[in-house]
Ligand binder design. Structure first.
Ligand SMILES: [Zn+2]
Ligand SMILES: [Zn+2]
Length: 268
């Protein structure tokens, strides 16, 4: 902004409507770094704090398969029932921006790491909210079942990583901008003391909690069964290869009992 002049929104076609400020949301970037996360840590692809008394989840879809890790192998392996793999574990203390359900302080995400005929990506994710003290009191499952060679696709396996959560301001991708604001010169503007400043990376494409989905394809927000538009819970992108997919997005409805959740992914 030259010479500290005051912005004149009405005269500048690049200046967005003031309501853009209402679209700013706080997100928590998870910043995964390959490592050896322990069961008591927040992690991507790490050990989970799993109750000893609870069966580990398996996927038994008969249409899932893999070529395995040998690229010369052109015959799909169809392994039958396989253990799901840990994807994400978040302790409430590490992500203060995430509202946990009453009495819960651990969020866990697992999925089947095979390819599924019906969807071109990891499917059958499972989401769990837990209470750390309760799990510790009842005993932790160790070791837990692991998907072995032929029971997963490399692309769908997160590299075990520790997390360094940090909050940031997030802005909607072009797919989530209100009708009248699309094509207004993305990436977007950010309110500043003297009007607006343009922020080239205002929309955060990263593995993150809250904020806006990092869609790479047109938005596809799910509704719960009661018809509520769900809220964005987290985006996984970049830190997992996910085949041709840009990201996997999780959503939940806080208006309904039981916190119904759903997920989407977008592929090129
Ligand atoms: Zn499966
Ligand atoms: Zn609902």
């Amino acid at each position: 902004m030259p010479g500290g002049t005051t912005a004149q929104p009405a005269e500048d076609p690049q200046t967005p409507a003031p309501e853009y400020a209402d679209l700013v949301r706080e997100t928590t970037l998870l910043n995964p770094e390959p490592g050896e996360p322990g069961v008591a840590e927040s992690s991507l692809g790490g050990e989970l704090l799993w109750p000893a008394a609870e069966p580990w989840p398996y996927c038994a879809q008969d249409d899932h398969w893999t070529y395995g890790t040998d690229l010369r192998n052109h015959t799909p392996i169809v392994p039958g029932e396989v253990p799901m793999v840990p994807v994400l574990q978040l302790y409430a203390r590490d992500v203060p921006g995430l509202e946990f359900p009453a009495g819960k302080d651990v969020l866990q995400l697992l999925w089947c790491a095979l390819t599924h005929e019906q969807d071109p990506g990891p499917v059958m994710p499972r989401l769990y909210w837990r209470n750390e003290a309760e799990v510790l009191a009842g005993g932790v499952l160790s070791p837990h079942p692991e998907a072995t060679e032929g029971q997963y696709d490399e692309d769908n396996m997160p590299t075990p990583s520790t997390l360094s959560p940090a909050t940031a301001q997030d802005h909607p991708s072009g797919f989530d901008l209100p009708e009248g604001m699309r094509g207004s010169g993305l990436p977007g503007p950010r309110p500043a003391a003297d009007g607006f400043e343009w922020l080239p990376d205002a929309h955060v494409v990263a593995t993150k909690v809250g904020g806006w989905p990092a869609w790479t394809q047109p938005a596809q927000w799910p509704d719960c069964d009661a018809g509520h538009r769900m809220e964005h819970l987290l985006t996984l992108t970049g830190d997992i290869q996910l085949g041709d997919c840009g990201g996997v997005y999780f959503f939940l409805c806080r208006a309904c009992p039981g916190l119904p959740w759903d997920w989407r992914f977008d592929c090129h």
